[in-house]
Design a binder for this molecule. Structure first.
Ligand code: PEP
Ligand code: MG
Length: 310
């Protein structure tokens, strides 16, 4: 067993100053949540619920969704599990759909029955599963999307109450993965309990590249977009997690915590190394690094700052 020969990952990660930092996992099923737990993740930072549909014959019914969400929550009785509503579209089309539906939360709002069903499953899982549930909205581009989901959540809880089904209303969070969400970050942060940075999509939208191209998050424009979102969240007193692949890069991870991100969510297998990297990190030095990277004008400046580290 190769992992047994590596240094053990610390249980709880703290910066040198004592500030706790969470290392959580990106998963697509309850089974992957169990793997994440085995790798030492503190919770689930992103459950991509669309994988439940993409890896089977379509969208599972309300009961099957409730099972999957509750099983993931049960893996983290003392932790938080952030489950994202379906993010179909773009590189993840809903099987059988004609591809004209809008991406992310807009796609859910365009299919209200399916969306309501998912929200009911999430509310039922919140009451059943052990961990703390946050429901995260993908590809947010408008404030009204958050308001509309809140209305659907009201209706979903009313329906469950009327039917006598045990349920609990989960916290709401929003992905910041479009330039629109960066622009609206102050408004979004004042309306949700947490923000999730999706650097995979944010970098390609900021840079105008395709998702398959080298994501190159280490660029002034991307660093500044992240900084704006994190600052807006800090001003609103709302925590920010980062769920993009960049969070698993040891150099970029230091920059993210320096910017003020307090939770990094990565693939389960990347959890142990990231925990070792962040344990005892010098936060004031990381903050200085982040300040310099935010002020940098060129990619080569950002690259050399990242090489230098905090
Ligand atoms: C992202 O865009 O960075 C993200 C976490 O979402 P996904 O990779 O599922 O699009
Ligand atoms: Mg995304």
């Amino acid at each position: 067993d190769a992992s047994a020969t590596e240094a053990a990952a610390p249980d709880a990660v703290r910066a040198a100053s004592g500030t706790p930092l969470a290392v959580t996992a990106n998963v697509g099923s309850a089974r992957e949540a169990a793997t994440a737990r085995e790798r030492g993740a503190d919770g689930v930072g992103l459950f991509r619920s669309e994988f439940l549909a993409l890896r089977s014959d379509g969208v599972p019914d309300e009961d099957a969704q409730t099972e999957a969400y509750a099983a993931a929550l049960d893996r983290f009785p003392d932790g938080e599990v952030a489950i994202r509503t379906f993010d179909f579209g773009g590189d993840k089309p809903l099987p059988g759909a004609d591809g004209t539906a809008p991406r992310g939360v807009a796609g859910s709002l365009a299919a209200p029955d399916r969306h309501r069903e998912q929200l009911r499953a999430l509310c039922r899982a919140a009451a059943r599963g052990a961990g703390d549930l946050t429901v995260v909205l993908p590809h947010v581009t408008r404030v009204e999307e958050v308001t509309a989901v809140r209305d659907h959540l009201d209706a979903a809880t009313d329906e469950l109450k009327a039917a006598g089904v045990p349920h609990e209303r989960p916290a709401l969070g929003a992905m910041v993965e479009t330039p629109a969400a960066v622009e609206l970050a102050p408004e979004l942060a004042s309306r949700v309990a947490s923000l999730s940075l999706g650097t995979n999509d944010l970098s390609r939208h900021v840079l105008g590249t395709t998702r398959d191209a080298d994501p190159s998050v280490a660029q002034p424009a991307v660093v500044r977009a992240i900084d704006r979102a994190v600052t807006a969240a800090a001003d609103a007193g709302v925590p920010v997690r980062c769920c993009g692949e960049a969070a698993a890069d040891p150099e970029f991870a230091a920059l993210l915590v320096g910017l003020g991100v307090t939770e990094l969510s990565v693939a389960p297998d990347a959890v142990p190394a990231l925990k070792r990297r962040l344990d005892g990190v010098d936060l004031p030095a990381a903050a200085t690094l982040a300040e310099r990277a935010t002020a940098a004008s060129t990619k080569s400046e950002v690259d050399s700052l990242l090489n230098e580290g905090p």
